[in-house]
Design a binder for this molecule. Structure first.
Ligand SMILES: *[C@@H]1O[C@H](CO)[C@@H](O)[C@H](O)[C@H]1NC(C)=O
Length: 341
């Protein structure tokens, strides 16, 4: 018998098997090794799921809060002299949203409108398991994973938009918002209405929640645009818009930046125009959603807004939001819409 020959064949077979095993292990680790805590990468799909869940957790605190003492305090006055209130519900929602996200994505910067007020229970939030999380929106599961560097991501949260209206029991304007910006660009936006619970989201260039309807473009809307402006500080904005867009322009006053942007997203309004200073946690989620339906949000000067963590929190050059014809409306706006420091 030729033992040498058999041995050679066995050796060859062994090497082949080991080689194939290595290839399989290498190939499998390529798809599995990223989404771990120690990784410098984060999966945008998990960020979307976490953002939806965090906004809905905040929403529960907001609905719960209305049954308790609101404990309204003032954070001072806005530049227009309107009261800037904060309630216990703002804080409770902040704690739920901020620490849920911070625990699930420890390497990502989270910027919130509120702070914890030194309450030791604030940090004690149930962890979110974003990998195992199954949301009611099944379409998310079919989206492809996309990994970005954690250091490039900034999450902007607004734990309770339209606090003034919340204290007046005008609940329809109230939202909680989460936005994921990558290198300053708003990529994922979530706007959650607690009254009654309804969540809208958009992931730029990928998908939107199925409750965001298609809107047909109507050229003639340019002749008689429907414009939504701020209820608390309309400023000179109605006058400016009428001069700019023509005498057939109509107006609605509404509260909450989230609510107003959604009105443009769903085609109720052609334009959301704002004149005075506004904070980025009010804008980022709406910016991502309007982008994901091919609309546009810019300053009244036409500049895109930078949502990097180290950028200024205030946008002071006005705001123009449209689903269609952005360049047209922008070209009509006069330069005077830029005054407030
Ligand atoms: C569209 O948005 C506006 C403002 O957010 C809201 O009042 C209205 O109910 C919405 N309409 C639909 C059909 O979703």
């Amino acid at each position: 018998m030729n033992f040498g020959g058999t041995l050679r064949i066995n050796k060859f077979a062994c090497f082949t098997v080991i080689f194939i095993l290595f290839v399989i292990i290498y190939w499998r680790s390529g798809s599995n090794s990223y989404p771990t805590d120690t990784s410098d990468f984060v999966n945008l799909k998990y960020l979307l799921k976490g953002a939806i869940h965090a906004a809905e957790r905040g929403g529960l605190k907001v609905t719960d809060g209305k049954n308790h003492e609101l404990n309204v305090k003032s954070k001072g006055k806005t530049q227009e002299g309107a009261n800037d209130p904060v309630t216990d519900a703002d804080y409770a929602s902040h704690c739920a949203m901020y620490y849920s996200l911070k625990k699930a994505f420890p390497k990502v910067t989270v910027v919130s409108e509120e702070h914890s007020k030194g309450d030791p229970d604030c940090e004690k939030q149930e962890p979110m398991d974003v990998e195992a999380m199954m949301l009611s929106q099944k379409s998310i599961e079919n989206l492809l994973d996309e990994h970005v560097m954690a250091k490039d991501v900034t999450i902007w949260i607004d734990p309770l938009d339209a606090t003034q209206e919340y204290t007046e029991a005008l609940y329809k304007y109230v939202t909680t918002m989460v936005c994921v910006a990558v290198k300053g660009v708003p990529v994922i936006g979530v706007i959650h209405y607690p009254f009654p619970p309804q969540t809208y989201w958009g992931w730029m260039t990928k998908q939107t929640s199925s409750n965001i309807a298609k809107v047909l473009y109507k050229e003639e809307n340019k002749e008689k645009p429907r414009v939504v402006v701020s209820r608390s500080h309309p400023g000179r904005v109605e006058h400016i818009a009428k001069e700019a867009f023509g005498p057939k322009t109509t107006f609605d006053k509404a509260a909450g930046a989230g609510y107003k942007v959604m009105g443009v997203v769903n085609g109720t309004y052609d334009v959301y125009l704002h004149e005075t200073a506004i904070k980025k946690w009010d804008l980022c989620a709406g910016d991502a959603i309007i982008k994901s339906v091919d609309g546009k949000m810019t300053t009244a000067k036409g500049d895109l807004i930078d949502y990097s963590a180290d950028s200024p929190v205030k946008v002071t050059e006005g705001l123009l939001v449209t689903r269609f014809d952005h360049a047209y409306y922008l070209s009509k706006l006069p330069n005077i819409l830029s005054a407030t420091p």
